[in-house]
Design a protein around this ligand. Structure first.
Ligand code: TXA
Ligand code: MG
Length: 374
């Protein structure tokens, strides 16, 4: 049975020992909670996949305490080193994961069998302390069941993973300030590719490189794979094995970050659906159906439906994206715990603001690309 503990010094020391002996520790970061194991404990790494019911094709992020700790994990060309130095210096500690060519001794299991490892220096003081006390890299995916909403409190972790033995969950009152997962980029040769949107935008990465007179080619983010069938089709077309294909594009499942309740994006003719987020299904909803529905609004756009729906939330009444990101997963999980909610409808907050795109990415995936129209 998992155990929630407070974040006292003694407990953090205990957690460090526990990691060294092969236990799992769930810890807060500034993005979401991570489910950590020592990088040097192969059995514990394996347990992470079992605990989350996560396929081995989805690699784990390796958390390190400081930029210099990456030296022992990655091997870079001169150009890659230059890009890495610029971006790590600017954005670490912080919500940026950088995927880089790995040294031979990095366990294959954290790279899904490939040769590239994702590394990140988290900014959260508890994550920092835990890494310092452990004095080893900590591999950690988000501490939720695979495909479910990422956790932003110790209780969220417990709700998903209570039956996992050998798991300590560090409780912390300061919360996960950002609330959505890190931006993931891959530096390879001359290119930088965005693998997952997050609080650090493509624009700010470009700006930082420009300031250093570096012109990296930023490849567009890949389109979502709709389902298993699409993966098969793409496999056929590219004539590569599933393993090779997934290695190149892990964690690209359309359905991700999903509440257990059927979720939809509210169709908004003004916002439409940008090309990265195609409408895969659209249906109408009647006023009568609204009474068993949860509405998750943004900027009071659908306030008039408050009394018609079962529950009404607003991600941010004054349309602030930072607040919306911080609230999103929390609200999704709160709704899951309510009785008799049949559907969740979330406002389409997509705009030109880079952060809105990262938040919408989570909303779109929670809804598996399904939209609903009033
Ligand atoms: O904010 C975060 O990134 C949180 C906290 C705990 O650090 N972690 C997190 O991990 O969200 P996870 O496992 O839920 O998502 C990690 C994603 C993978 O699904 C994959 O898309 C990408 O990061 N990733 C990690 N390692 C990679 C690698 N070697 N190659 C390509 N993509 C990788
Ligand atoms: Mg995750």
């Amino acid at each position: 049975m998992a155990e929630i503990i407070d974040s006292s010094f003694e407990n953090l020391f205990k957690c460090a020992d526990f990691l060294h002996s092969g236990g799992l520790v769930a810890f807060p970061t500034e993005t979401v909670y991570g489910l950590g194991a020592s990088l040097w404990h192969e059995n514990a790494l394996n347990t992470i996949f079992i605990a989350k019911s996560r396929p081995k094709t989805d690699p784990l992020i390796v958390h390190i305490q400081k930029k210099e700790d990456a030296k022992n994990l990655v091997i870079l060309t001169q150009k890659e080193q230059t890009y890495f130095d610029i971006l790590a210096k600017k954005f670490w500690p912080g919500p940026l994961t950088i995927v880089l060519k790995a040294e031979k001794h990095v366990p294959k299991i954290v790279m899904s069998g490939g040769n590239y490892v994702g590394v990140r220096v988290p900014a959260h003081p508890i994550a920092q302390k835990l890494l310092a006390f452990t004095n080893a890299p900590i591999a950690a995916p988000s501490a939720n069941k695979f495909g479910h909403v990422s956790p932003t409190t110790a209780q969220h972790v417990f709700d998903d993973l209570s039956t996992v033995s050998e798991l300590l969950i560090i409780n912390d009152d300061t919360k996960c300030d950002i609330g959505i997962e890190s931006t993931v980029i891959k530096i390879q040769d001359e290119t930088i590719q965005i693998l997952r949107l997050g609080a650090i935008s493509e624009e700010s990465i470009k700006a930082e490189l420009r300031m250093s007179n570096m012109e990296a080619v930023l490849i567009e983010q890949k389109k979502y794979l709709k389902n298993e069938h699409d993966i098969e089709k793409r496999e056929e077309k590219q004539n590569v094995s599933r393993e090779t294909f997934l290695e190149d594009a892990p964690g690209q499942n359309l359905t991700h970050y999903s509440p257990w309740i059927e979720t939809y994006v509210i169709y908004d003719s003004k916002n439409g659906a940008p090309s990265l987020f195609p409408i895969l299904h659209k249906q109408k909803i009647s006023d009568a159906e609204l009474k068993n529905i949860a509405i998750v609004d943004f900027g009071k756009k659908y306030f008039q439906y408050k009394n018609l729906s079962k529950i009404y939330y607003d991600l941010s009444e004054d349309s602030d994206y930072k607040t919306a990101a911080r609230n999103l997963f929390n609200i999704m999980r709160e709704i899951e715990n309510k009785q008799d909610v049949e559907k969740i409808l979330i406002a389409n907050l997509y705009s030109e603001s880079p952060f809105s795109k990262a938040i919408f990415d989570r909303i779109y995936r929670a809804a598996s690309g399904k939209f609903i129209e009033f």
